[in-house]
Design a binder for this molecule. Structure first.
Ligand code: FMN
Length: 272
């Protein structure tokens, strides 16, 4: 970290892109430390760069995810920390079989219903949303595409947890790190994905269809595949709004961010 307070944040300044090396076959790149090798043509992404630049991906190519790559992603997910190393989560992977297709169809219907509700509740078609080139309208189109093609998502993972006490935040903390590991491993291998909660409306049906025990909670639905197109930089609230020093709302002057960091506006306002 540079002493001028700006820090060495080069990783965060690079535009996000799944870099595939067309001319350079990296398939013989050793992973080291027993980590599986990268697929051919995928350039390595540093850990910090991956952490700071991974976006939610909702547009996928039709390509299937090869077993080897899916195994690597799931391996990374299963290395995530859990309370007392209890490992109460399970990943139900939905690919191509008839049961997976039926589950994807249930999910697709639920996603469409819940997105359409959100679209209207959050006013995606109002204000700047009415201008087709606005970020809001673009986001709505991406969501439309995502839910309309949900059944074609190459891999859908239901991240499940059997809570061993209560269902408060601390229990969720033993499944969501695995989801993030899954998404970051996907990124590392040239894939992308998004964590969603839109399985809620068909939770019972999914339990029945997939024989998920009643005491197991479906904590998230993660969609995965090869991304279509390029994706902009990660935008979040400025670090000074999110990091305090010593007490609530106490500024943390040392918590700097790279020059040129892009920020989000406020989340969509709910009409009153
Ligand atoms: C707890 C949680 C719940 C989410 N639920 C949904 C969801 O139901 N549907 C969806 O499309 N995306 C969902 N997302 C993805 C977020 O919308 C996405 O991560 C966020 O907008 C940031 O996107 P970006 O990384 O591309 O900037 C969820 C993410 C998290 C962490």
């Amino acid at each position: 970290m540079a002493s001028d307070g700006t820090g060495d944040h080069r990783y965060a300044l690079q535009p996000f892109a799944y870099r595939r090396l067309m001319d350079d076959d990296m398939s013989d790149l050793p992973g080291g430390n027993g980590i599986p090798w990268l697929p051919a043509g995928v350039a390595p992404v540093g850990l910090l760069e991956g952490l700071c630049t991974t976006r939610a991906i909702r547009r996928f190519r039709d390509d299937a995810i090869p077993d080897k790559d899916l195994a690597t992603m799931c391996f990374a997910a299963t290395r995530a920390p859990t309370g007392s190393n209890r490992q109460p989560f399970r990943l139900v992977v939905l690919r191509d079989g008839p049961q997976a297709a039926a589950a994807k169809a249930l999910l697709g219907a639920s996603f469409r219903r819940l997105w359409n509700h959100k679209r209207s509740a959050d006013g995606y078609d109002r204000g700047t949303g009415a201008e087709t080139t606005s970020p809001k309208a673009r986001q709505a189109r991406t969501m439309d595409h995502f839910v309309d093609h949900f059944e074609d998502t190459p891999v859908v993972v239901l991240a499940c947890i059997r809570p061993w006490r209560g269902t408060d935040l601390t229990v969720g903390a033993s499944v969501y790190p695995a989801c993030q590991n899954l998404l970051l491993a996907a990124r590392a291998l040239g894939y992308g994905g998004v964590l969603t909660m839109w399985h809620g409306a068909v939770d019972r049906e999914l339990h029945d269809l997939l024989a998920i025990p009643d005491d197991v909670i479906i904590a998230a639905t993660v969609a995965l595949g090869r991304p279509v197109g390029r994706h902009g930089t990660v935008r979040r609230r400025p670090i000074r709004e999110l990091v305090f020093d010593g007490g609530w709302d106490q500024p943390a002057p040392w918590a700097t961010e790279p020059e040129g960091t892009r920020h989000t506006g406020r989340p969509p306002a709910r009409p009153t």
